[in-house]
Ligand binder design. Structure first.
Ligand code: SAM
Length: 348
C-alpha cells in the first residue's frame, strides 16, 4: 500500500528567481572524463572508444572554480555538489576539495560518484568534510553492471558502498536508474536493501538526454509503476522530507526498515516548482535547468580580467534566466524529443 505524502516548504534565502524560488544549491561538474561508459550517458559508438573529451583549457581550473563558488556563496549559495563525468577522476581532486570545504559560508559539500574510486578516496573525503555521498549503481549482478557501464566494476563499487557506510557517511544514497528490460527485474531487490542497510535507495526515471544517451521510450518506467511494484513488498510509509532529500519523495518500506526509499520523477511528476539549483558544467557554462539547453559561458568573464562584480552579474543573469519548468514530458513521445546536453558535462 502507498500512503500519502506531505512536503515541507523550502528554506528561503537571498537568491530568489523570477518564480519566487530560492536558489541555494550549485552543482559543479568537475570533469567530463569518466572511468565508465554508462548506456544512459554515452552512445554505443562512444562506448567503444570515440568519446570526445574537453581539452584542458576548456575546463575551468581549480582556481577558477573556487572563485566561482566563493562569489556564489557570498550571494546565498550554501550547498555544492561535485559531480561529472566522474569527479574523483580529476587530477589532484582532493587538494581542490580541501580548499572548497574551507570556503566560509559553504555549509554543505557533497559528491555524486560511480563509487569505483570511493574505497580509495572515502577517508580523505570524509576528513575533508564531504560526508554525504550519492553512489550510482544500477544492478547487483556483476555481469549486468558490466553491460550497463562497459566495465566489470561491481565488486569495486560495492566496496565503495561498504567503505562509505563504515566511515559513517550520512546519508549514503544509492542511485538506480530504472530501465525496462535492462534492470527493472531488480527493482524489488533494490527496495529490499533499504530494509537491511542504512541507505537511501533512490529510483530515478530514465531521462532522454538527446544524442548522447541510449534512451528509448520503451526503456522508460514511470515512478508510479516503480512504486506499484514495490508496494507489493510492504507498506510504503511517507517520511517527512529532510533538507537533504532534494527532489526525491521519500518513503520507508514497512516499519522495520533501517534505510529509506527515494523516488525521483523528473518526467512524470516534475519538481520544477521546488527547484533550487544552478549547474556549472565541466565546460564552464552555467546551466539553468538540467533539461533545458540554455547556458551562459563563464569562461570569458573569468578570463578577461573582469572583477568579481562582473561574475556576480553573470550569476544573477543565470538566475533571471532560469525557466519556470522544463517541458520534456510533452516532447517525450515526439521524434527529436529530449534535451541535447551531455550528461557527462552537465553532471546530472
Ligand atoms: N560519475 C558520477 C556517477 O556515476 O554518479 C556522476 C555523474 S552521473 C552523470 C550523475 C547521475 O546521473 C548518476 O546517478 C546517473 O545514474 C544519472 N544519469 C545519467 N544519465 C541519466 C539519464 N539519462 N537518466 C537518468 N539518470 C541519469
Amino acid at each position: 500500500m502507498i500512503q500519502n505524502h506531505t512536503t515541507v516548504a523550502p528554506q528561503r534565502n537571498g537568491l530568489i528567481d523570477l518564480f519566487a524560488r530560492s536558489i541555494s544549491y550549485l552543482r559543479v561538474s568537475l570533469t567530463d572524463r569518466c572511468n565508465l561508459r554508462c548506456l544512459y550517458c554515452v552512445t554505443e559508438e562512444e562506448a567503444s572508444g570515440c568519446l570526445t573529451k574537453l581539452g584542458h583549457d576548456e575546463l575551468l581550473s581549480y582556481e577558477e572554480l573556487l572563485r566561482v563558488v566563493r562569489v556564489a556563496v557570498a550571494m546565498g549559495i550554501t550547498k555544492v555538489r561535485l559531480t561529472g563525468g566522474e569527479p574523483l577522476m580529476r587530477r589532484n581532486v582532493m587538494q581542490f576539495i580541501r580548499a572548497l570545504t574551507r570556503i566560509e559560508g559553504l555549509s554543505d559539500v557533497r559528491i555524486t560518484t560511480n563509487g569505483v574510486l570511493l574505497e580509495r578516496y572515502g577517508r580523505e573525503l570524509y576528513e575533508a568534510g564531504v560526508t554525504k555521498v550519492n553512489i550510482s549503481l544500477d544492478s547487483f549482478k556483476p555481469e549486468r553492471v558490466a553491460a550497463i557501464t562497459g566495465v566489470d566494476c561491481f565488486a569495486q563499487v560495492w566496496r565503495g558502498v561498504e567503505t562509505a557506510l563504515a566511515l559513517g557517511f550520512s546519508p549514503v544514497k544509492l542511485n538506480m536508474v530504472a530501465m525496462r528490460h535492462i534492470n527493472d527485474d531488480e527493482i524489488a531487490d533494490f527496495a529490499r536493501l533499504s530494509r537491511l542497510l542504512p541507505l537511501q535507495v533512490r529510483f530515478i526515471e530514465f531521462m532522454p538526454m538527446g544524442e548522447s544517451s541510449r534512451w528509448s521510450a520503451d526503456a522508460y518506467i514511470s515512478t508510479d509503476e516503480i512504486m506499484a511494484r514495490i508496494a507489493v513488498l510492504g507498506d510504503l510509509i511517507p517520511m517527512t522530507k529532510g533538507w537533504h532529500d532534494g527532489p526525491a519523495r521519500v518513503y520507508r518500506l514497512g516499519t522495520d526498515s533501517v534505510g529509506s526509499l527515494g523516488f525521483i520523477s523528473p518526467l512524470s511528476h516534475h519538481f520544477c516548482h521546488r527547484c533550487n539549483r544552478l549547474r556549472l558544467t565541466s565546460a564552464g557554462r552555467l546551466r539553468f535547468c538540467l533539461l533545458h539547453d540554455n547556458e551562459i559561458d563563464l569562461r570569458p568573464v573569468l578570463r578577461d580580467g573582469s572583477g568579481d562584480e562582473a561574475l556576480r552579474q553573470v550569476l544573477l543573469d543565470a538566475i533571471r534566466n532560469k525557466p519556470e519548468r522544463h517541458h520534456l514530458d510533452e516532447r517525450l513521445h515526439r521524434s527529436g524529443g529530449g534535451c541535447h546536453g551531455r550528461m557527462s558535462r552537465i553532471g546530472g
